[in-house]
Design a protein around this ligand. Structure first.
Ligand code: BGC
Length: 266
């Protein structure tokens, strides 16, 4: 059977670790050729590219700081040089710089907004321009698909993380406004909002049993998420199986946004 994303070209930003790594691997397993963007961890992006290439897929690793317009242009140019075009762009790069509000430095505020929000702006803008330049294809019903990596914190307030929560709250309206603007051109824009997924970004929240027990109180489904959970959602959102899904945030969170604190309270 032909794979769901056969003959399609994808770019995943922040693919050297965590959710981006899992999404890139899942897209490749679904038959897409994948460009793995990294910022500083060349070795792990190159290693994943090698693994994909050795198992019969196609992958390249591309360095870029997504908050830098010239880097983003060069990244898309590298994708065009290798693949000719892109059909799927996953704007995933993100980071946390946590601190209590009064102590948060302007630098930590700006660094988080620059990568998490401006980075998605620059990436999605370059994607829209590439989809317009290339026009319709036979590989997908949509002219192009953009997936924004959001978070449950696009709706759940998060004390001690105002920069991160503001960036993800921003992604909610960024994604919807962009989706509304480009849907008439058959460019589909959606978000995935992961809950607590077991990666380095939240290691403190799961790597001791005491921490894990506390975290599980926030997850009705009773387990911490894995990057594969997000990878599967990304494959579906990137495929024609979700062709009528436009401007939606898909929460993949084990029920975290069901506010389990209210189950026997309120
Ligand atoms: C954050 C994680 C956190 C999760 C649930 C994510 O967006 O990056 O650190 O564990 O939300 O709170």
């Amino acid at each position: 059977m032909e794979k769901l994303l056969a003959n399609q070209f994808a770019l995943v930003t922040g693919a050297s670790s965590g959710i981006g790594y899992g999404v890139a691997k899942a897209l490749a397993d679904a038959g897409a050729s994948v460009a793995l963007n990294y910022h500083s961890h060349a070795e792990s992006a190159e290693k994943l590219a090698d693994e994909i290439n050795q198992s019969g897929g196609v992958a390249i690793a591309v360095k870029a700081d997504v908050s830098n317009p010239a880097d983003v242009d060069a990244m898309f140019e590298a994708c065009r040089a290798r693949f000719g075009t892109l059909d799927i762009v996953v704007a995933n790069s993100g980071l946390q710089k946590d601190s209590a509000f009064a102590e948060m430095t302007l630098e930590d505020w700006q660094t988080v907004l620059a990568t998490n929000l401006t980075g998605q702006f620059l990436t999605a803008q370059a994607a829209v321009k590439e989809f317009r330049r290339r026009g319709p294809t036979s590989v997908s019903k949509a002219v192009g698909k953009i997936i924004c990596m959001s978070s449950v914190h696009e709706v759940i307030p998060w004390a001690g993380h105002v920069n991160y929560a503001a960036s993800k709250g921003g992604i909610q309206m960024f994604m919807k406004s962009l989706a509304q603007e480009v849907a008439p051109e058959r460019i589909r824009v959606n978000s995935i909002a992961p809950g607590a997924i077991r990666t380095q970004i939240n290691r403190d929240a799961w790597d001791t049993s005491a921490a894990r027990d506390k975290l599980l109180q926030l997850i009705p489904y009773g387990r911490v998420g894995e990057v594969e959970d997000i990878g599967k959602a990304a494959v579906w959102l990137a495929s024609d199986e979700s062709d009528y899904v436009v401007g939606t945030t898909l929460f993949v969170d084990g029920g975290m946004t069901l506010y389990p604190g209210f189950a026997d309270n309120g």
